[in-house]
Every structure is written in structure tokens, then in C-alpha cells.
Write a protein that binds this ligand. Structure first.
Ligand code: PAF
Length: 281
């Protein structure tokens, strides 16, 4: 296992791998790895010869009052989990390595980054798009795998890779859930024991909403979902039905549409999403 903390070490290791004609996968992460990340690494390993896991808590995707300073940093455990799951290289750059002195270019993905989570986290997707573009250009992987829990992030990255002709295949990997339905997230560890008991209601509400959508008035069903979450103790940012490719909001149910939700439980912001068909099939 190689651990590279700077670009030169990373690229020297990648040169060796490329010389041997191996296919490279990137699994970009912010660390605090859990079983969901392990499944991304395993899937990447099945599809390629060499998996690079990047671990970088990217300051530019956090708003001023967000959790950058307290975001969980568990590097030693992350290395163990990445290695056990099949990763060959960890790229864990410093902020200075990623954003050299005078850095000033921002990649912005237009309207898609301004709706849903982008409404509440205005510069978030610019930060994500910029760092992911840099990671893809530094590593030049054949594939890069992103979890579908961050569904809007996946759409933004697919858009930018297509728009900028970046020759990496973007792969979306299924959401991994706890037994009670809560989607795995590094931020779940912020939940108190009482909040943890309430948390799966987010998933149950998505299921109920998806189930009722096909045959009922969409805005009424979404309003009921928001009311159910609010009653359970959530502060809802949005619950919306969207086109699964463009993320445009839909006033009526259409085949291929997706439900997306973001809501606060105490001081923890949780997101989740679900294909309406998957739930009804
Ligand atoms: O999903 C994440 O962990 C981050 O947004 C990513 C893609 C690693 C970019 O910092």
C-alpha cells in the first residue's frame, strides 16, 4: 500500500502502474470511511487493476458556518479499511498541495449546482466540481466511483466530465443502508442516541412518498412527506420529485423520476434519495 501526501509521490507511483498497462480506478473520499466507502472500493477493484482512494477534507466545499473544522478525521482507520477493501494507493494531499499559493480557478456547473442542496449550500458544488476536476486530472483514472447517496453530486460530476471532455467513466454505486434503512454517511456519527432512533424515518418517508406518488397529486404527497418528517423532529430543507438526469423539479410523476430529500435532525444535516420506480417495483 502506497500513501502519497503530495502530487509528486502520487504521480511517480501512478507512472509505475501505467507502465504495466494496468487499469486505474479512483474512489474520491473525505475520509471517515465506513462500509459504504468499502463497497465503493470493492466495486472499483472488481472493475479495474489498481484502486486509488483519495482522502481529502476539501475546505472549499464547506460554507462558513458548516462543519469543516469538526468533520471527522480518522486517517489510520481509513488506511486499514481502504487496504482491506482492495485499495493500492491512498492519496491524502495537504490543503497546500491541492490549492497551491494563488489558486483562483473555480469550476461551476451552472443551474444544476444551484438547485436542491445548492440552494442551501450556495458554493458547495463549485467546491466539489473544482476538487473532483483536479483529482481526475491529477490521477487520470479510467473510472471514478461515487456513491448514489450524494445523488446531486453524482449528476454534477457526470455533467462536468461530459462538458469538459474528461476521459474518465463515472460510475454511480448503490446506497448502502443500515438495517433500519438509514443511509450510511460519515455525518451519522454526529447523531445522539435519541436522534439515531428517529433518523430512519427519513428513509421510511421516502418509501411512503414514492409509493403514493404515482396515483396521487404530487404537491399534496410531497407536503404530506414534509409534514411527517417535521412531526418526527426533522427540520426539512427540501423534499422534491426531480428528473433523474437533469434534476429539474417535476410537478407530475414521470417515469424515471427521483425523490430527493435534505433535512436537519438537531445539528446533523442528512440527505437521501430514491428512484420512484425502484420502490414501486
Ligand atoms: O462525496 C465526498 O466525499 C466529496 O464531496 C468528494 C467527492 C470526495 C469531493 O470532495
Amino acid at each position: 500500500m502506497i500513501i502519497a501526501n503530495d502530487l509528486e509521490t502520487l504521480q511517480n507511483s501512478l507512472l509505475e502502474i501505467a507502465k504495466n498497462g494496468k487499469k486505474i480506478a479512483l474512489v474520491p473520499t473525505m475520509g471517515a470511511l465506513h462500509t459504504g466507502h468499502a463497497s465503493l472500493i470493492t466495486q472499483a477493484k472488481e472493475m479495474t487493476d489498481c484502486v486509488v482512494v483519495s482522502i481529502f477534507v476539501n475546505p472549499t466545499q464547506f460554507g462558513k458556518n458548516e462543519d469543516y473544522s469538526i468533520y471527522p478525521r480518522t486517517f489510520d482507520d481509513d488506511v486499514k479499511l481502504a487496504q482491506q477493501s482492495g485499495a493500492e494507493i491512498i492519496y491524502a494531499p495537504t490543503v497546500e498541495d491541492m490549492y497551491t499559493n494563488g489558486f483562483s480557478t473555480i469550476i461551476s456547473v451552472g443551474d444544476m449546482g444551484k438547485i436542491l442542496c445548492g440552494k442551501f449550500r450556495p458554493s458547495h458544488f463549485d467546491g466539489v466540481a473544482t476538487v473532483v476536476t483536479k483529482l481526475l486530472l491529477r490521477i487520470m483514472p479510467h473510472i471514478a466511483i461515487f456513491g448514489m447517496k450524494d445523488y446531486q453530486q453524482l449528476c454534477v460530476i457526470e455533467r462536468l466530465v461530459s462538458d469538459l471532455d474528461i476521459p474518465t467513466e463515472i460510475v454511480g454505486a448503490p446506497i448502502i443502508r443500515e438495517e433500519d434503512g438509514l443511509a450510511l454517511s460519515s455525518r451519522n456519527r454526529y447523531l445522539s442516541p435519541d436522534e439515531r432512533k428517529i433518523a430512519p424515518i427519513l428513509y421510511k418517508t421516502l418509501q411512503n412518498t414514492a409509493h403514493n406518488l404515482k396515483s396521487n397529486n404530487v404537491s399534496e404527497i410531497l407536503a404530506k412527506g414534509i409534514a411527517d418528517l417535521t412531526e418526527a423532529g426533522y427540520k426539512v430543507e427540501y423534499l422534491e420529485l426531480c428528473d433523474s438526469f437533469t434534476l429539474a423539479p417535476l410537478a407530475e410523476y414521470e417515469e424515471g423520476s427521483r425523490l430527493l430529500v435534505a433535512a436537519w435532525l438537531g445539528k446533523t444535516r442528512l440527505i437521501d434519495n430514491m428512484s420512484v420506480e425502484e420502490n414501486n417495483d
